[in-house]
Structure formats: C-alpha cells, structure tokens
Design a binder for this molecule. Structure first.
Ligand SMILES: [Zn+2]
Length: 270
C-alpha cells in the first residue's frame, strides 16, 4: 500500500531530488520516509492509505448495544422512581398538615411539652377514637386548660401524661388542642395512628347531651371525610384497650351502633 500511494502522490517538482538520490543506489527504499511527512497534507493523497481498519460487525453492534442498555437503564430507573413514589403514596395520601380546621372548631393548642403535646408527627390516621371525659359536668374549656397545665409538671420527676386532639363540650362547642398532624396521649398503644375525641358529659352515666352528641357526629363525619375514613373506622377507647370508655357507649352497644349510623348519614350529607 505504501508503494502504491507514493507512486501516485509524489509531486512532480520533488521528483528531481528524489531522482538524484534514487540514482545513487537503485532500490534504496529507506530514503523515502524523508518525504512522507509532506504526504499527509497533499490534497491528492488516497484515503485508503490512511483509513482506519475496516469496521467489523462488532463495531456496528456495540453502539446499538450501548444505546439499548442506556434505554433499558432509563426505563428501569423510571419504573423504579415511579414505584418508589406510588408505592409510598398509594396506601395513604392524606396530607395531615394540609387539613384546614373549619371555623366551627375553636383552636386552643396546648403548649408543646412531653406530658400532653409531645410534638411527635403523625404520618397516618387509621382510626378515630371516641372517649368520655370521665369527670362529670366539666367543660371543654376546663379540660383544655387541664391538658395544658400538664406542661408545668417536672419532667425529672415524671407525672401524668394525657391529652386529646379534640374536646366536645356540654353545649356542643368543640375545642382543638393538638393538630391532627401530631400525636395525642389518649389511645395507648395506638397513639401513633389515631385521632382522639374527648366528650364532656353532665353526670356519672356518661351519657352525652344532645348538643354534645350532635357536635360529635358533625366532628366525626368531617374527620372521616378529611382523613378518607368511614364510620367503621370510628372506634371506642374500649375497642383499643378494653377500658370502659366512653362508658355509655360501652354499656349500650345499640347506642354505639346508632352513633355509627348517624356518622355514616352525616358523611353522605356532606
Ligand atoms: Zn378514654
């Protein structure tokens, strides 16, 4: 090949010098490399002399394979990310922090403290738990102040831990003590995925006033709607750990069933 291109591309002017040298010793081919540096720039040089080796089938397949691998990796990553997002979100999609408290609920949030508002995030709500206060004829406001006063206990000495997200009062007033994006201390061991409602009552029977009952139905139905739950997810403290709370609904199973029916109707009416 070298011979070939040399013969074709040797410029005519250079032939003199070349001729002299070749004349001295015929066939002294070693001299030729002296001219080679000029050859690559010559416009007439034949490409085949400098062309890289022929492309093999492997050369053609390799980029395709690489592209295919990249595409596969891309699709795989896409599926992985998608699964990650949907797999995480699918079971529970309620943004608890985004739930806005309506104006018929008065917010009087407790001070953050280890005894009643531990400032622990709640990720998911599975049940709404109904309680009775157990302290006859006390108001929603006085019970809110009691929960807040627990903050004044000495953490070194320990003390009483208790609280509720909501308190329904004797006249149907509703006070919120803790955001539903945080846990309350009332439903152990289910504090981490339950919302608490405490209801005031006039006497030892634990039976709620009509005003309290109606407010409780309204509040529970609103929570079901916001938390994507239904009346079957509304339970008694008794169903969590066997406590006789709320007393009247534990002793009167039919009244409890009726309450759930009323909640169901209120959810539909919303
Ligand atoms: Zn209870």
């Amino acid at each position: 090949m070298q011979d070939d291109y040399t013969n074709h591309s040797d410029p005519v002017p250079g032939a003199d010098a070349a001729g002299v040298r070749t004349g001295e010793g015929a066939g002294v081919r070693q001299e030729r490399p002296r001219f080679r540096p000029e050859i690559p720039d010559h416009p007439d040089r034949r490409r085949p002399a400098y062309r890289s080796r022929r492309r093999t089938p492997a050369d053609r397949i390799l980029p395709i394979l690489l592209l295919a691998l990249l595409a596969l990796a891309g699709v795989g990553a896409g599926i992985g990310i998608g699964y990650g997002i949907w797999g995480y979100e699918a079971p529970y999609t309620v943004d608890l922090k985004a739930v806005k408290t309506p104006d018929w609920i008065e917010q009087k949030l407790l001070r953050k403290n280890i005894f009643s508002r531990p400032d622990v995030s709640m990720r998911e709500v599975k049940n709404i738990v109904v309680h009775y206060i157990g302290n006859p004829n006390t108001t929603a406001d006085s019970n809110q102040r009691y929960f807040d006063s627990l903050a004044d206990q000495d953490p070194e000495k320990g003390g009483t831990s208790s609280s509720s997200h909501f308190i329904v009062g004797l006249d149907g007033e509703i006070i919120q003590c803790i955001p539903i994006s945080e846990i309350s201390y009332a439903n152990g061991p289910r504090n981490f995925d339950t919302v608490t409602i405490e209801v005031c009552h006039p006497d030892e029977t634990g039976k709620f006033t009509d005003a309290s009952y109606d407010a409780l139905v309204k509040l529970t139905a609103w929570l079901c709607e916001e938390l994507k739950l239904d009346e079957k997810d509304v339970i008694r403290h008794y169903d969590v750990n066997g406590k006789s709370c709320p007393l009247y609904f534990v002793e009167h199973e039919d009244a409890w069933k009726q309450f759930r029916k009323d909640v169901k109707a209120a959810i539909k009416a919303q």
